[in-house]
Ligand binder design. Structure first.
Ligand code: ZN
Length: 170
């Protein structure tokens, strides 16, 4: 158990999706007592934020905010280890008829093969989301949107990296 779970359960206990009438996709604990809530749409997110903002008990304990908007990131699972970076970079080309419209961020060993994380434009992501699999070379791989807020390693607030942190003490 993470030491932060008590904060998450504090929010979970105080505000419920049914009470606020929103659709929640996923709740994840993040570093230093943070909690990341994904809602089914932006309107529900705004609704949740105003609900949390108007709750003094939560407002005193949490910094409430949205992660910065950025290009969608995609994680693609189980890619064979021989697959080259170039093959990944071109994987959306059959969909978009344009090569290299993705930017590779990271890859790591998964349960099967390697998992690749890349960034693309909202337009490419929209085309991609019409299918549940993505063609990489001769393989068809499952993928999903990769959602990770930008969180500062120094003060653990959202929306800026540690090098831009304004917090003076560690
Ligand atoms: Zn910071």
């Amino acid at each position: 158990m993470e030491p932060n779970t008590k904060y998450g359960s504090h929010i979970r206990g105080t505000v419920t999706p049914r009470g606020v009438k929103i659709g929640v996709k996923k709740v994840t604990n993040v570093r230093k007592g943070g909690i990341l809530i994904e809602t089914v749409n932006d309107a529900d997110l705004d609704k949740l934020i105003s609900e949390l903002d108007s709750n003094p008990e939560i407002k005193n304990k949490f910094d409430i905010g949205k992660p910065l908007q950025r290009n969608p990131q995609i994680i693609c699972y189980g890619v064979s280890p021989e697959t080259t970076e170039d093959t990944i970079t071109n994987c959306t080309a059959p969909l978009t008829r344009q090569a290299k419209d993705i930017k590779i961020l990271h890859n790591f060993k998964g349960a099967r093969g390697r998992n690749w994380i890349f960034e693309s434009t909202p337009e490419v992501f929209k085309l991609l989301s019409k299918t549940t699999k993505i063609n990489i070379g001769w393989e068809r791989n499952s993928y999903k949107e990769y959602i990770r807020p930008r969180q500062c390693f120094k003060c653990c607030k959202f929306g800026h990296p540690a090098k831009h942190c304004k917090e003076t003490k560690d």
